[in-house]
Design a protein around this ligand. Structure first.
Ligand code: SF4
Length: 734
C-alpha cells in the first residue's frame, strides 16, 4: 500500500449476486485498495479474487470518456450534451413516425436500483410503452416464474444464515466454488466446524465444486426434472412426507404439459394450472421410480434413493442451492417448481438451515430487475396486466393510468427478433453486452446492423455491443456515482459516490433523466444531481410500503451494510413466511402470504426432452458458463491485468477419453460447430473442469471466441429464459 492516509468507505462489490461488503481504500481521488468489510454479515471480511481486484476495473487504459457518434460509418467524438440531444431526437423521431412501441430500452441486473427505477418510469409512465427488458431475463426469469407459481411472491424466503445451520447441501447444477465463491467458503466453513455436514454436487460436469463435495453425482442434461420427481416419488412411497405441514400449508396442482420451446412465439405465459389431489400426485410420481429413470438420467437408483433419504430424514436440515443450471433451461420454471416440491413435501422450508435457495448471478438482478420490475410485464409493484398495479404506478408517477399499457410486448429474445424484423427502430442498451451474450448471436447481430435501426449503447469500455452502436455514451462506473444494489438474500446495499467519473462519463440514471427531460418529461423527473438518488429511493419505496415488502429508509441504508426486505419497524426479515421471524404472517404455523389462502403449491411437472439433442451429425452436448476470475463477458475483468493473466482466453473443455480418441491435447486448436455457427478455439483437457464423455464446456467471457454464435435461442415458454446449457455440436481437431 502507498504511504499516507487512506480513507475507507463501504460499498457492495460491483460483481456477482452474492453482494459481499467491501471497504474501498481512497487516496488523492483514486481507489487504491480493497478489503472485505468485517461488519458485513454476507462475507464477514472475506472476498474472492474478483472482489479484491474490483477497483482495478475502474482504470483500464481504454475507458470510454467521451461520447462517440457514427458519422459516415465512422465513430467520431462529440460532447455529452450533443450526444444526448441526438439520442432524444432519434427516440422522438421513431415515436413520431412509427409509434411508441418502436422504441426499446434494454438494461441489466448490473443497473443500480435508481437506474432501473428511472428506466421503468421513463418507458412505462412517460412514453407509455412496455418495451423495457433487462439481461436478467437471460439469467433469472425462470427463478421468478418458479417463485410466482409456487409461492405467489418472488425471491428466497431464507437468507445466507441458512448456510451456517444446514446439515446437508444439495447443489443443483451449481458450480458454487467458482460462481458464488465467498458463499461456498461459508459452506466449507460450516463443514469444518460441525460434524457430519455433507455437500452433494449434482451436476452435468465435474468442477471445482465437485472436487470439494462429499459426493459428486453426474446426470444427463435436462433430466434434473426426472431426478427431482424421483426424489419426491421416494419421499411419498416411503411415507417421509411431513403430513401435518402438507395438509395445513400446501395445495396440489398440475400445469399444462407439452408447451413447446418458445422458438417463435409472442408473449404468452403458457401455463394453465388446475387442482389435483394428493392421490393424483402420488400416481403421477410412479413413473419416476428410481429404477425407472436411472437409464434416462444416468444416475443410479442407489444414488437417487440416497438423495431422497437425505431430504426425507426428519433429523437433517437441508439446503438446496441453484442458479443458472435450473434457470437457463427450456423447462426452467418447472425445475424450480420441482425443487420447491421436495422442500414442501418434507416441510423443510423457512426455518434456519431448511432452505430452497435460488441464487442470483448479477449484483442487482434481484434489487433492480425483480424488485423494480424492469421487464416488459412488470411494474415496481405487480404486473402491467393488473389494473390495481397500473393505478398505483399512475398515482405515484402522477401520469394518467391510460398511459401505462396493459399488455406486455417483447421479452428479451423477442425484443432482438423485433429489431431484426424492423418492428423496433430505436434501441438503447445500458450496462450489458448482448452482442456477446445473446444465444444464436449471428442472427441478432445481423438484425441490429440492418438499415433503419438506431442503436445507443451506454458502457464503460468498448465491447462487441458498442461496435454495433450509432451512439456510444460513456458511463460512470459503480463508485463513481451513488446507488444501491439488491443481492440474492433480499439485501439492499447502498454505496456513495467516492470518485469523479473520467472525462464526460455520466451515471446511467442521469443519462436517462437528461434524455427524459429532452423528450419533454421534466415534471416527472424533477430531481437535482445532488438529491436525485435519495428522492428516487423515497418515491420508489412508496410502491413497496407495508409489512410484506417494505424497504429500509434511505438513512438506514446509508448507515449500515445493507438491510433485508421486508424491513419492518426498524428490522430486517431473515426468514419470510414463518411467524417466528416474519411479522407479516397472519396465520398459524406458516403463512405463504403470496397466495390468497396462505398455502404454497406443490406442482406436478413432468420430464420432457430438450429441443435439440446430439445426433450423428452433431454428436456432443455443449454447455456454457463462467470462470471465477472473470465477470460475465469479461469487459471489465479482462482489463485487470492479474485476472487477465490468470485466464487470458477462453477454451473448450473436453473429457480426456474424447480428447485421446481425437488426438487432441491441451492448447491444440479445436473447431466446434452447431447448426448456427462455428468457432475455432484452444482445447483444455483435464484442467480446471472435466465434462462427461460426449460433452464439451466453453466459458463465455472472451469476446475473441463468441460461443453464443453456436447456442440455441430456445427458451422456457413460461419464463422466456433461454437455455445456454445444452445444445448439439460437432467437435473436430483443427
Ligand atoms: Fe464480489 Fe461475488 Fe466475489 Fe463476493 S463472491 S467478492 S460479490 S465477485
Amino acid at each position: 500500500l502507498p504511504s499516507g492516509d487512506i480513507a475507507w468507505k463501504k460499498s457492495p462489490c460491483r460483481f456477482c449476486g452474492v453482494g459481499c461488503g467491501l471497504l474501498i481504500g481512497l487516496q488523492e481521488g483514486k481507489a487504491i485498495a480493497v478489503k472485505g468489510d468485517p461488519q458485513s454479515s454476507v462475507n464477514k471480511g472475506l472476498c474472492c479474487v474478483k472482489g479484491y481486484h474490483s477497483v482495478m476495473a475502474l482504470y483500464g487504459k481504454d475507458r470510454l470518456t467521451k461520447p462517440l457518434v457514427r458519422k459516415n460509418g465512422k465513430m467520431v467524438e462529440t460532447s455529452m450534451q450533443e450526444a444526448l440531444d441526438l439520442v432524444a431526437q432519434k427516440m422522438q423521431e421513431a415515436i413520431d413516425n412509427h409509434g411508441k412501441d418502436s422504441v426499446a430500452l434494454y438494461g441489466s441486473g448490473q443497473w443500480t436500483i435508481p437506474d432501473g427505477y428511472v428506466a421503468s418510469k421513463l418507458m412505462k409512465g412517460a412514453i407509455g410503452t412496455n418495451n423495457l427488458e433487462a439481461n436478467a431475463r437471460l439469467c433469472m426469469a425462470s427463478a421468478v416464474t418458479g417463485f410466482m407459481s409456487t409461492f405467489g411472491m418472488d425471491e428466497p424466503m431464507g437468507c445466507y444464515d441458512d448456510i451456517d445451520h444446514a446439515d446437508v447441501f444439495v447443489l443443483w447444477g451449481n458450480n458454487m466454488a467458482e460462481m458464488h465463491p465467498v458463499l461456498f467458503s461459508r459452506l466449507l466453513d460450516n463443514r469444518l466446524k460441525r460434524k457430519n455436514v455433507k455437500i452433494i454436487d449434482l451436476a452435468t460436469r465435474t468442477t471445482r465444486t465437485s472436487m470439494a463435495a462429499d459426493r459428486s453425482i453426474l446426470f444427463k442434461p435436462q433430466t434434473d426434472l426426472a431426478i427431482a420427481n424421483a426424489i419426491c416419488c421416494e419421499i411419498v412411497n416411503n411415507d417421509w412426507v411431513n403430513t401435518q405441514f402438507v395438509r395445513k400449508h400446501t395445495h396440489f396442482k398440475k400445469g399444462k404439459t407439452d408447451i413447446g420451446y418458445g422458438l417463435e412465439d409472442g408473449f404468452q405465459f403458457n401455463d394453465k394450472i388446475s387442482d389435483i389431489s394428493f392421490e393424483d400426485y402420488k400416481t403421477f410420481l410412479q413413473d419416476y421410480k428410481p429404477e425407472s429413470i436411472q437409464e434416462l438420467s444416468g444416475v443410479s437408483a442407489k444414488d437417487l434413493k440416497y438423495l431422497a433419504s437425505l431430504y426425507g430424514n426428519p433429523n437433517l436440515k437441508v439446503m438446496s442451492l441453484w442458479c443458472m443450471g435450473p434457470n437457463q433451461h427450456t423447462r426452467g420454471t418447472w425445475i424450480n417448481n420441482l425443487i420447491y416440491n421436495i422442500h414442501l413435501l418434507t416441510g423443510k422450508i423457512s426455518t434456519p438451515g431448511n432452505s430452497p435457495f435460488s441464487l442470483t448471478g448479477q449484483p442487482s438482478a434481484c434489487g433492480t430487475v425483480r424488485e423494480v420490475g424492469t421487464l416488459t410485464h412488470k411494474l415496481p409493484h405487480g404486473v402491467v396486466m393488473d389494473e390495481h398495479s397500473r393505478e398505483m404506478a399512475a398515482e405515484i408517477w402522477q401520469v394518467p393510468v391510460e398511459k401505462i399499457p396493459s399488455k406486455p410486448t417483447y421479452h428479451t429474445v423477442e425484443m432482438f427478433r423485433a429489431l431484426d424484423r424492423g418492428d423496433l427502430k430505436f434501441m438503447w442498451i445500458q450496462v450489458t453486452n448482448p452482442m456477446v451474450t445473446m444465444p444464436k448471436l449471428n442472427r441478432y447481430r445481423e438484425g441490429a446492423l440492418k438499415e433503419g435501426r438506431f442503436v445507443v449503447v451506454s458502457d464503460v469500455y468498448p465491447t462487441p455491443t458498442t461496435a454495433i452502436a450509432d451512439v456510444i455514451l460513456p458511463s460512470a462506473m459503480w463508485i463513481e456515482r451513488e446507488g444501491m444494489f439488491g443481492n440474492s438474500e433480499r439485501r439492499t446495499q447502498h454505496f456513495e459516490q467516492m470518485l469523479e467519473p473520467p472525462g464526460e462519463a455520466m451515471s446511467d440514471t442521469w443519462q436517462l433523466i437528461e434524455v427524459a427531460r429532452r423528450l419533454g418529461y421534466e415534471k416527472l423527473f424533477p430531481w437535482t444531481k445532488e438529491n436525485h438518488i435519495e428522492e428516487i429511493w423515497k418515491e420508489y419505496g412508496r410502491f413497496h410500503e407495508g409489512p410484506k415488502h417494505g424497504m429500509a429508509p434511505y438513512e438506514t441504508l446509508k448507515s449500515q451494510p445493507g438491510a433485508q426486505w421486508p424491513f419492518h419497524e426498524g428490522k430486517s426479515t431473515k426468514w419470510r413466511f414463518n411467524p417466528k421471524y416474519d411479522p407479516a404472517c397472519k396465520r398459524e404455523g406458516f403463512d405463504f402470504y403470496g397466495k390468497a389462502d396462505g398455502k404454497a403449491w406443490i406442482l406436478a411437472r413432468p420430464y420432457e426432452a430438450p429441443p435439440e439433442v446430439p445426433d450423428n451429425e452433431y454428436p456432443f452436448w455443449l454447455n456454457t458458463g463462467r470462470v471465477v476470475e472473470h465477470w460475465h463477458t469479461g469487459s471489465m475483468t479482462r482489463r485487470v491485468s492479474v485476472l487477465h493473466q490468470a485466464v487470458p482466453n477462453s477454451y473448450v473443455e473436453l473429457h480426456p477419453d474424447d480428447a485421446r480418441r481425437m488426438n487432441i491435447r491441451t492448447g491444440n486448436l479445436v473447431k466446434i460447430s452447431s447448426r448456427r455457427g462455428e468457432i475455432v478455439m484452444p482445447a483444455s483437457v483435464d484442467e480446471r473442469g472435466k465434462p462427461a464423455p460426449g460433452h464439451v464446456f466453453v466459458p463465455f467471457f472472451d469476446e475473441q471466441f463468441l460461443i453464443n454464435e453456436l447456442t440455441l435461442d430456445a427458451f422456457c415458454p413460461i419464463s422466456k429464459q433461454p437455455d445456454y446449457k445444452k445444445c448439439a455440436v460437432k467437435v473436430e481437431k483443427y
